[in-house]
Design a protein around this ligand. Structure first.
Ligand SMILES: CC[C@H](O)CC(=O)C(=O)O
Ligand SMILES: [Mn+2]
Length: 338
């Protein structure tokens, strides 16, 4: 056993990455990628629609593969890792979680807006009764102070969450923002703390390192950074960076690099680079999953996506308000006489 400090990595290529492929993963792709990640030694492999269980809908975009098929495909190949699902209260129900458990899920990440942890009590309780490892996941954590994030983390802890995540859903944090929020949570709770980054301002790896510096021991990543907006922390690079920093992840660097290059890169619809609109997500503090909805609305009303994202940031719109994007675009277009 290594005496280096262990950092647990959660791969969310098959969940957050689903946004970047418009939820079009096939069972074959899921099985191959999950098998590769498992073989590389990734501890947690998250598989769900990009918006979590039951996210496949007109509001969030339909998946090409049903949730049951996705989970079956992943579970049939995962031998050592933990099959993990994401659940947003209000989108997924108890029945969805029971289905996921039947199909092999061993952990669930219950995600709420950063000020709404109180809606998760039943879901965390249900997860524990079903024998799952329960993560509390605070989305859009940049929108409030470190003290407020800590207060909400304590709620998650009081409901029985085993791990609590600070999520920079908009990729809006600077390293000091990540450090201050994670520190506040580490001080406030007695369970491990994790960090989920988006690379909208090119800071996903830097922010993940700042989070570790502040005491986080769970970090998210995806192969090639595939994810909503400009994507997430690039897991294969993170494994190498963490090794260099003297941490232990239990992941084979070459094997995870091969999953990224041989299995994930060929199915990417566009390079996961920080183009102007994804940068604007972080700059304006808008939710990363809004990107593709915004591109579509901009095209429809002949607008610059950056203007729509700025307005979404000004209105402090949060996950779940995807249907408002078209409305905002319509209003901007009307104002300009487009
Ligand atoms: C819809 C779930 C959400 O996208 C979770 C997440 O990855 C985030 O908040 O960044
Ligand atoms: Mn995300």
């Amino acid at each position: 056993m290594s005496d280096k400090k262990h950092i647990h990595l959660v791969d969310t290529t098959l969940r957050d990455g689903s946004h970047a492929v418009s939820h079009q993963y096939t069972t074959e792709q899921i099985a191959k990628i999950a098998a590769g990640l498992d073989e590389a030694g990734v501890e947690y492999i998250e598989v769900s629609h990009g918006d979590g269980l039951a996210g496949s809908s007109i509001n969030y975009g339909y998946s090409v593969t049903s949730e049951e098929e996705m989970l079956k495909a992943a579970n049939s190949v995962i031998k050592k890792g933990t099959l993990t699902v994401l659940l947003i209260p209000g989108i997924a129900t108890q029945t969805d979680l029971e289905m996921a458990v039947k199909l092999g899920a061993k952990a669930v990440r219950v995600a709420t807006h950063v000020t709404e942890a109180d809606i998760s009590e039943q879901h965390i309780g249900m997860a524990k009764r079903l024998g799952l490892k329960a993560f509390g996941f605070l989305m859009m954590s940049h929108m409030v102070s470190p003290e407020k994030v800590a207060e909400q983390a304590k709620l998650f802890e009081s409901y029985g969450a085993d791990i609590i995540y600070v999520a920079d859903s908009a990729g809006a944090m600077l390293p000091e923002d990540a450090y201050n929020r994670v520190s506040a949570v580490v001080e406030a709770v007695n369970v491990p703390v994790g960090f989920h980054a988006h690379n909208n301002m090119t800071l996903a790896t830097a922010n993940s390192l700042a989070a570790i510096e502040a005491g986080a021991t769970y970090i998210d990543g995806t192969c090639r950074g595939l994810g909503a907006g400009a994507g997430n922390t690039q897991i294969e690079a993170l494994v190498g960076v963490l090794e260099k920093k003297g941490y232990h992840t239990g992941i084979d660097l070459y094997k995870v690099m091969d999953v990224a290059e041989d299995l994930v890169e060929p199915i990417m619809q566009r390079p996961q680079v920080v183009r102007n609109a994804p940068f604007m997500l972080g700059y304006a503090g808008a939710y990363s999953s809004f990107l593709l909805h915004t591109y579509r609305a901009a095209k429809k009303f002949d607008l610059d996506p950056r203007d729509i994202l700025t307005e979404l940031g000004n209105r402090r719109m949060v996950g779940g308000q995807e249907d408002m994007i078209i409305d905002v675009a319509y209003q901007l277009a009307k104002k300009r006489g487009v």
